[in-house]
Ligand binder design. Structure first.
Ligand SMILES: [Cu+2]
Length: 616
């Protein structure tokens, strides 16, 4: 790791304009010289004491100068390098005109250091400095961001590298952070307002009448009509892949826009570690480096059994560390296209800093299929409609529960008949909470603690027959001819020998109302919900059921989520993607007292799809 400091490339974060602190207040509590020194050092800070200043900066990312909220004048904020075992101090000064905060994402720390206003502390008032002090008890790749308002969208996000006490079990010569983000010149309040008016405001690729005619030719009128009707009833289109898209976003790599083309240097034959961090507000990225295989060695900071792949999807707030070995003297594209294919972040892994890689072609726009709606393609035949044809062309094999599926011994037929009937009718509005889950690899039946739920306006969608889809790379990545990472490939290196069986289980339905752009859990939005009670010392199983058509990256603060990624196989994560219309189970060792935030990490979903967790 000694190479890190020198090898992580230094670059001007926002090209074209000097980053000026336009509203730099006179209330900075820090020694001005020190801050200045940090600027000179570039974008990496290391040691045991860190001084971070949140303020306004002028940036020009799209050709239109505008104001960002930044840390130490940087968009993406400085990378913090910590050492496992160190006691560190971080002074965070808020020079904004509104409250601010910093949350250390995925870092296991006491609740009062976790940085969530209203849960862990009161937030940082304008002009004030809050001092975070904690012991670093883990290693790997993480990130940090504001947990106040929409500041994460306007630039308050940075990377964290924690050097391990014991060397990582893989070798590499150079080491780079590749942080992805989404930038908009629009005020995020205005983005949110537009979504409230029309959930599909930023979806510019709606279906045309021409598409409909093609479908009639292909599927026959009735089938095509029914398909269309179903989407209309949900107030959605099969192309509504993301709420906020390249229509307003410019996608950035380490703060650089595609025109700047961020560069990482290598010498032929070197092993390069790339630490991918999705620090965007709303965007899932599909990442590949054409011409190179990637060996995934860590997920969310935790080392895993290495997996060789050609492409991976990274959800908001997830991190993946990969190792690549470029054997040719050329420029390779680090290509991260947004899930909705409305744009991309790009950089170059190059042997010469003056040579940038050419831009790969974006994949065609993926189309949501019945799988993503939570239909079990393998078992249902809906009212004579040919289900096989309904899986849209590029998603021909939506899922294969029989082959390779880690949870193969799970009883998929356990569904109450009532549910089956409902799914036949495709009743997307009625809810039928399924409480009877037979759980795969566990010997005993786990008692389910019922939770409050509501059938009101917060929840207008319902997955008819949600399935575990760990082997499904997700919409747009199925059968694309490349080897794509799936959750079923992820297996933690840490031993799970001594993990106890879950004491109990809770079921969280991820729910929403697309028409009114409201998001909730079990049909109840955060302001109306009671805190979730976790018992200190218990092993808790949480099953997510996604009743909506969007991916939700679910993030639990303060404790790990051990995802059941296969039979007797876990991967330890802080953020778990719950695919549309699917279910997924995690186990949590409840070992952190206090109050914690628990939420979907899509910024504009957070207001509703959020819970306070109280561990007592
Ligand atoms: Cu969400």
């Amino acid at each position: 790791m000694s190479t890190t400091k020198n090898q992580i490339s230094r670059r001007v974060f926002v090209k074209g304009l000097a980053v000026a602190s336009v509203l730099a207040s006179t209330r900075i509590n820090l020694n001005a010289k020190e801050v200045q020194k940090e600027f000179e050092k570039g974008d990496i800070l290391s040691g045991k004491v860190f001084n971070l200043s949140i303020g306004y900066s002028a940036v020009d990312i799209t050709g239109t100068p505008t104001i960002a909220t930044t840390i130490n004048g940087k968009l993406h904020a400085p990378t913090l390098i910590w050492k496992e075992g160190d006691d560190i101090t971080i002074n965070v000064t808020n020079n904004l005109r509104e409250d601010s905060s910093i949350h250390w994402h995925g870092i296991i720390i006491p609740t009062d250091m976790d940085g969530v206003p209203g849960i862990s502390f009161e937030g940082i008032k304008p002009g004030e400095t809050f001092t975070y002090k904690f012991t670093v008890k883990q290693s790997g790749t993480y990130w940090y961001h504001s947990h106040s308002g929409f500041q994460e969208q306007t630039g308050v996000h940075g990377s964290i590298i924690i050097e391990p006490k014991v060397k990582d079990p893989y070798d590499y010569d150079v080491d780079y952070v590749v942080a992805l983000s989404d930038w908009s010149d629009e005020n995020p309040k205005s983005i949110y307002r537009k979504l409230k008016v029309a959930g599909n405001y930023y979806n510019i690729k709606q279906r045309t009448i021409g598409d409909f005619i093609d479908e009639i030719k292909k599927d026959g009128f009735i089938n095509a009509f029914n398909k269309r009707k179903m989407w209309n009833e949900m107030d959605m289109g099969d192309r509504d892949l993301s709420d906020v898209t390249g229509y307003t976003y410019t996608y950035l790599m380490n703060g650089d826009n595609p025109a700047t083309n961020w560069k990482a240097l290598f010498k032929r034959g070197q092993k390069v570690r790339l630490r991918f961090i999705n620090s965007s507000a709303m965007t899932f990225f599909d990442v590949r480096i054409p011409g190179l295989k990637m060996r995934v060695v860590a997920a969310d900071g935790n080392n895993i059994h290495p997996v060789d792949i050609e492409e991976f999807r990274i959800g908001v707030a997830e991190t993946y560390d990969v190792i690549v070995e470029p054997l040719e003297n050329k420029a390779y594209a680090i290509f991260a296209q947004s899930l909705d294919r409305t744009g991309y972040a790009i950089g170059s892994l190059t042997y010469d800093e003056n040579i940038a890689a050419s831009i790969p072609k974006m994949d065609p726009l993926p189309i949501l299929s019945m799988t993503d709606m939570g239909m079990d393609m393998s078992k249902m035949n809906m009212g004579g409609m040919k289900m096989d044809n309904m899986a849209v062309k590029n998603d021909k094999k939506p899922m294969d529960m029989n082959k390779k599926t880690p949870m193969a011994n799970m009883k998929m037929d356990n569904m109450p008949t009532e549910n089956k009937k409902k799914s036949m009718n495709m009743d997307m509005n009625k809810k039928s909470f399924m409480t009877n889950m037979s759980s795969s690899s566990m010997d005993k039946t786990i008692p389910i603690t019922p939770l409050e739920h509501a059938d009101g306006p917060q929840s207008t969608m319902k997955a008819a027959n949600p399935q575990y889809r760990l082997d499904d790379p997700g919409v747009g990545l199925r059968n694309n001819g490349r080897e794509v990472l799936r959750y079923s490939n992820l297996k933690s290196l840490r031993s799970t020998m001594h993990d106890k069986q879950p004491d109990r289980e809770i079921i969280l339905h991820l729910t929403g109302n697309m028409e009114r752009y409201m998001w909730s859990i079990n049909g109840i939005a955060y302001p109306d919900a009671k805190p979730l009670k976790f018992h200190y010392g218990e092993r808790l199983r949480i099953t997510y059921i996604n009743d909506t058509m969007m991916n939700h990256p679910m993030h639990l603060h303060g404790m790990w989520q051990d995802v059941e990624s296969g039979a007797n196989q876990f991967v330890r994560k802080h953020t778990v993607i719950v695919q549309p219309g699917s279910k997924i189970s995690v186990q949590v060792t409840v070992d952190a007292m206090g109050s914690w935030a628990y939420h979907c990490h899509l910024l504009y979903h957070m207001a509703g799809m959020f819970r306070k967790v109280v561990v007592a």
